[in-house]
Design a protein around this ligand. Structure first.
Ligand code: AP5
Ligand code: MG
Length: 194
């Protein structure tokens, strides 16, 4: 059992690795991006409020995503670990998560930081958009050059500040996210052996 946070720039591979962790370890996958896209597609009041920010690549207000995570974690069974993919993204979210986990008596085991140069991201996002188009699925509304550049800016502005926060708690595990999907999975897998 492990409770994980995945931190990485857009396209770093968080969702890809989360899928494998679900398959191999049965963890509960909580992606705030996926939850927001689902709410937007369903046209819920929350989705309507979040749509403009998501489309533009800006962060959705902290209280909205904290509410989503709170609700998702409450659905977890006692023995099941979880993966938070793309949350927290601000210090406010990290602090709220700490309080929430304390209340649930759940520790965090690893904060996995996907290290990848910004210049590699555009290709990955373009590749995902092409894959979606090829399979007849909708392309994500923020998988375009303009929104990607804002997502990268938001990552540098707000999310990088989480590294000292989690470093102080000895939770940061840096992985080389430029490697193949398989090799990144091996790096993450080695954390489970410890
Ligand atoms: P979110 O959905 O979290 O998007 P993101 O962080 O921009 O990241 P992505 O999902 O684009 O990338 P990923 O790291 O999952 O990469 P993937 O595995 O898909 O957030 C979207 C928006 O929601 C935000 O902009 C914001 O508006 C809002 N939001 C979400 N959370 C929020 C929060 N906490 N607070 C406020 N707002 C929030 O891989 C990408 C591509 O690369 C794929 O094609 C994949 O096949 C390929 N790939 C993956 N790994 C490799 C590899 N090792 N080698 C080669 N190719 C690879
Ligand atoms: Mg993702």
């Amino acid at each position: 059992m492990a409770n994980l946070v995945l931190i990485g720039a857009p396209g770093a591979g968080k969702g890809t690795q989360a899928e494998r962790l679900v398959r191999d370890h049965g963890l509960l996958h909580i992606s705030t991006g996926d939850l927001l896209r689902r709410a937007i597609a369903a046209g819920t009041p929350l989705g309507q409020k979040a749509k403009a920010a998501v489309d533009d690549g800006k962060l959705v207000p902290d209280e909205v995503v904290i509410g989503l995570v709170n609700e998702s974690l409450s659905q977890k069974t006692d023995a099941q670990g979880f993966i938070l993919d793309g949350f927290p993204r601000t210090l406010e979210q990290a602090t709220a998560l700490e309080v929430l986990l304390e209340e649930m008596s759940e520790p965090l085991h690893h904060v996995i930081v996907f290290e990848i140069p910004i210049v590699s991201l555009a290709d990955r996002i373009a590749q995902r958009a092409a894959q979606s188009r090829g399979s007849g699925a909708d392309v994500r509304s923020d998988d375009n050059a303009e929104a990607l550049s804002r997502r990268v800016d938001e990552f540098a502005r707000a999310t990088v500040a989480l590294l000292p926060f989690y470093d102080q708690r000895n939770l940061v595990r840096r992985i080389d996210a430029t490697q193949s999907i398989e090799d990144v999975a091996t790096q993450i897998g080695s954390l489970f052996a410890k």
